[in-house]
Ligand binder design. Structure first.
Ligand code: NAD
Ligand code: DAU
Length: 351
């Protein structure tokens, strides 16, 4: 029996990781610690909430006493740390929350793990799920981020994730804590909060609302289906080398504007609308401050050492994703009503 603490398990990626672990490892006890911020949603985990090997705890990773208690009460042997403030635009408006959760929250987990494991690191692992944004931005020269790239974060979000990565490494170097870090590219798929490009635009197309393209839409992102990220996390948690870093990406670069055109095409088709119906919704708005031009990940280390590669072609993944949001309008309506509606209106009226 292994008692695994997953933080942020009610969020987008976390919910896919929790589902995978609960279903795949019936002899593990999965403890999901989540504060249920605007981005956390227990509806994401309805299908596994009554499984005997699953426990949900509502709590803040910054609450050191609570985290300590959880380690003790559940005899935690492994940590998959995903809890974070994850949206770049929000980090520009409210950087303090990002420093609090992403930096101090990570530190609280590291300190609790170190104290509880107390030097007995046999069979233990602390896995920090991080982002490719820590590497900064690439140009259009075809280069990819490798694990050797230096850290050069630009947004308050990526600065907070870079800082938390440094804390994680420092706990290995100083105390010998068995850590592993992965830096992943942009994820897409079901249960993503509709402030992020893909679910936001699908929802807006459905409701004939403008699609706010930042600047010219020339920025490039490398998209990976979330279930493939969860599979990589499973593999690295079990087989990844302690103190090592792995990049995870889809080898799937898209200019925002080209991706948006694909989204419009697929969404219109699945809604039974004639081709081109929603093209006029594209609206160029003021660019994101400090907007990184291009991210692209070289994940060949993960492929060569552990045999992982994405399982889904992008065309298939995007079709499944659009279909999921159209079929789950109630989920979307629940998360976009109320406070979020106000936040979104305010964000665009301020630009
Ligand atoms: P998300 O915003 O969808 O979910 C974050 C979860 O963390 C939510 O359930 C939220 O309630 C919880 N949380 C926030 N603050 C907390 C706190 N103080 N204590 C406990 N729980 C808290 O995020 P996501 O997109 O699923 O990202 C998960 C992780 O993966 C993050 O660490 C993010 O940096 C990283 N990541 C995300 C992507 C991506 O494309 N989404 C890519 C690479 C890495
Ligand atoms: O690269 C990994 C990162 O990917 C993760 O670490 C972050 O948690 C995750 O949010 C994501 O960051 P991005 O900033 O790349 O994702 P987002 O969906 O916010 O934006 C994708 C691109 O689309 C980016 O170039 C900005 C642009 N965009 C976004 C929104 C929300 C728009 O043009 N209009 C929009 O309304």
């Amino acid at each position: 029996m292994r008692n695994i603490l997953i933080t942020g398990g009610a969020g987008f990626i976390g919910s896919h990781v929790v589902r995978l672990f609960v279903n795949k490892y019936p002899d593990y006890h999965i403890i999901n610690l989540d504060k249920l911020t605007y981005a956390g949603n227990l509806a994401n985990l309805k299908d596994i909430e009554n499984c005997p090997n699953y426990t949900f705890i509502k709590g803040d990773i910054c609450d050191f006493e609570k985290v300590r208690e959880i380690f003790k009460k559940y005899d935690i042997t492994g940590v998959l740390h995903l809890a974070a403030e994850s949206h770049v635009d929000r980090s520009i408006k409210d950087p303090f929350t990002f420093a609090q959760t992403n930096v101090l929250g990570t530190l609280s987990l590291l300190q609790a793990a170190r104290e509880y494991w107390d030097g007995d690191y046999q069979g233990k692992k602390f896995y920090h799920i991080s982002t490719d944004e820590v590497y900064g931005s690439l140009g259009f020269d075809g280069k990819l981020f490798t694990e050797e790239n230096k850290y050069e974060p630009h947004s308050p979000y990526s600065a907070s994730k870079a800082s938390s990565d440094h804390f994680v490494r420092s706990f290995h170097d100083t105390f010998g804590l068995p850590v592993v870090i992965t830096n992943c590219s942009n994820n897409y798929g079901p249960y993503q909060f509709p402030e992020k490009l893909i679910p936001l635009f699908i929802n807006n197309i459905r409701h004939n609302k403008p699609l706010p393209v930042y600047g010219k839409g020339e920025n490039v992102r490398d998209w990976l289906y979330v279930v493939d990220h969860a599979r990589a996390i499973d593999l690295i948690f079990h087989k990844g080398k302690v103190a090592d870093t792995y990049n995870i990406g889809g080898f799937n670069e898209w200019k925002n504007i080209d991706l948006i055109k694909v989204l419009i095409k697929v969404t219109d088709r699945l809604l039974g609308r004639p081709v081109g119906t929603s093209d006029h919704l594209i609206t160029h708005v003021t660019d994101r401050a400090g907007h990184d031009l291009r991210y692209a990940i070289d994940s060949s280390k993960l492929k060569n050492e552990l045999g992982w590669k994405p399982s889904l072609q992008f065309e298939e993944g995007i079709e499944q994703t659009v279909r999921w949001y159209l079929d789950n309008q109630e989920w979307l309506d629940n998360v976009t009503s109320g406070e979020y509606e106000k936040y979104y209106e305010k964000m665009y009226s301020n630009r």
